[in-house]
Design a protein around this ligand. Structure first.
Ligand SMILES: Nc1ncnc2c1ncn2[C@@H]1O[C@H](COP(=O)(O)OP(=O)(O)O)[C@@H](O)[C@H]1O
Ligand SMILES: O=C(CO)[C@@H](O)[C@H](O)COP(=O)(O)O
Length: 507
């Protein structure tokens, strides 16, 4: 038999899945790790936690599946985008990774705009300078921790650090590298102009591959630890969103998906470089060679629900343990009984600032309209609705850019929730569908590995063959109008609070 492994280094956990050639899940494993928030708006994780989670889960899936070491032909790695991993000469981690939702780099973004006009940034990198993206974080370390910058010999993204651990190779691929703000996105290569302007030495960065190209093979000590062979190939892989696109079959024009992971993303495939001149949504290289994608991002999507659950729902957590069920299943059960609009309660999900549409690192979360009739279940539903309003903001911008789809695929942890998918269908006013395999990014990179190993002809052909729809949720016409009115009020609230957010940040 021939098998493929997909690894997804998410923010909440690493999920590793071993698939057969038909895309059936043979074994899966996951390991959680902490998110550190040393200051308001900062977010860090330890690359060593990702490393340990990857090695443990790969070992577990190989063992559980009973696959012989020569049967695992290829591995694809997917991961949270934009995180900065810095290694010294010996390949040791210099400091914790500053991850995608960290908002400390407002001043560095200003610095980038002084160095080069916004229009030129958009021309080259397809995006304006952004606080959560890697370039601003590199400047932050250089400005605030010069001793760490001095020691740095390799700059890697989270999943590319895992590639280094597995293969010893320093490399990246176009989809994830697009989120560093150092890539010439239309031409799919490092931008010498940007590197020169920022005074960043190109030798710090790895070689850039296409997502299905083979980048290396497994190191002997890792092969021994995990039960893999030193012949197992590791392909470029993809940023988690480009990977989820492949795993949900979003590889042709006119197709799109929404993922609710820690972040939330509305993503559309594009055979052209399509740019929002206002910079509200991102344009990146897709994992399908010679194509791109556009995506709007909600910073705190699943993060909002997890935050509320962790801080205020100990009762749900204990009940879930008693009943031996997933705590989110209990939450979904209870919020299904609350009416759309949560009886006039609106949540703004700006716990980590917001990207689309505001690009504002200073805004923060709000419950608006709290009344004495509201219960915890109302607040939970409002949290999920607030995230859905934000995702709807993303979808509206894609529509404004001429990207309109009849059906939206759904994935990520939150995409498993039928109530959350119903909210999205009602707000987007289109059907929201799932695929048979729920592990979007892991399947996506396993497919890329299969292409790289010659098991599949192309990404598109593999998607046609392996991916099939499971469930479709249509819009409920009786609440579409109601949600439109709530969404309008939601949008007005940010405008009303914008100046107060600045004052709060300055306190
Ligand atoms: N059954 C569920 N219903 C609603 N939300 C869920 C459910 N399961 C997970 N989630 C949400 O999804 C998030 C995790 O999604 P996941 O895609 O695994 O994230 P990541 O890739 O960032 O690690 C959780 O924080 C939670 O908010
Ligand atoms: O920053 C982005 C995309 O621009 C996020 O989508 C990260 O890639 C994190 O992903 P999850 O851990 O939420 O899947």
């Amino acid at each position: 038999m021939e098998y493929l492994i997909g690894i997804d280094v998410g923010t909440s956990a690493t999920k590793t899945v071993l698939f057969d050639k038909k895309g059936n899940i043979i074994a899966s494993a996951s390991r959680e790790y902490p998110l550190y928030q040393p200051h308001n708006g900062w977010a860090e994780q330890k690359p060593e936690d990702w490393r340990d989670a990857v090695i443990a889960t790969v070992e577990e899936v190989v063992k559980k599946s009973g696959a012989g070491k020569d049967e695992v032909k290829g591995i694809g790695i997917s991961g949270q985008m934009h995180g900065l991993v810095m290694l010294d000469e010996a390949g040791n981690v210099i400091r914790p990774s500053i991850i995608w939702c960290d908002q400390r780099t407002g001043e560095e973004v200003e610095e980038m705009l002084e160095i080069m006009p916004r229009e030129r940034w958009i021309e080259i990198t397809a995006n304006p300078p952004l606080t959560g993206w890697t370039a601003a974080k590199i400047l932050w370390v250089r400005n605030h921790e010069p001793e760490n910058y001095e020691r740095c010999r390799h700059i890697l993204l989270p999943k590319d650090y895992i590639r280094y651990i597995l293969t010893g190779v320093f490399a990246t691929e176009v989809s994830d590298a697009s989120g560093m703000q150092l890539l010439d996105v239309p031409n799919r290569c490092w931008s010498d102009e940007v590197l020169e302007k920022l005074n960043i030495d190109k030798s710090l960065l790895g070689k850039v591959y296409e997502s299905c190209e083979v980048t290396g093979t497994i190191l002997p000590d890792i092969a021994e630890k995990t039960g893999l062979s030193t012949e197992t190939k590791v392909v470029g892989g993809a940023g988690d969103n480009a990977a989820a696109a492949v795993g949900t079959g979003v590889v042709k024009d006119g197709t799109a998906f929404t993922t609710i992971g820690t972040s939330g993303v509305v993503f559309a495939h594009s055979s052209q470089v399509t740019i929002d001149p206002k910079g509200r949504v991102h344009t990146c290289c897709a994992a399908v060679p010679g194509t791109w994608h556009v995506m709007g991002v909600t910073q705190a999507a699943g993060l909002s629900l997890k935050w509320f659950k962790d801080n205020f729902c100990q009762d749900y957590v204990e009940e879930a343990v008693r009943q031996d069920v997933d705590v989110y299943d209990l939450i979904n059960r209870d919020i299904a009984n609350i009416p759309a609009g949560s009886d006039k309660l609106i949540y703004l999900p700006y716990l980590m600032g917001e990207r689309t549409p505001h690009l504002d690192p200073d805004c923060r979360g709000v419950f608006f309209g709290l009344s004495a009739i509201h219960t915890k279940a109302h607040m939970l539903r409002a949290v999920m609705e607030g995230v859905s309003y934000s995702l709807s903001d993303c979808n509206d911008i894609l529509k404004e850019m001429g990207i309109d789809v009849d059906c939206m695929m759904a994935c990520g942890g939150g995409g498993k929730s039928p109530v959350w998918r119903q909210m999205l269908a009602d707000l987007y006013d289109c059907s929201v569908n799932t695929v048979r395999q729920t592990e979007g990014p892991a399947l996506g990179v396993a497919i890329l590995a299969g292409v790289g190993c010659g098991i599949y002809e192309s990404v598109e052909e593999a998607c046609d063959e392996l991916i099939s729809e499971a469930q479709s949720t249509g819009a409920d016409s009786s609440v579409v109008g109601k949600y439109k009115a709530y969404h309008e009020l939601y949008k007005a609230l940010y405008g009303n609070l914008k100046n107060s957010y600045k004052k709060l940040a300055a306190l």
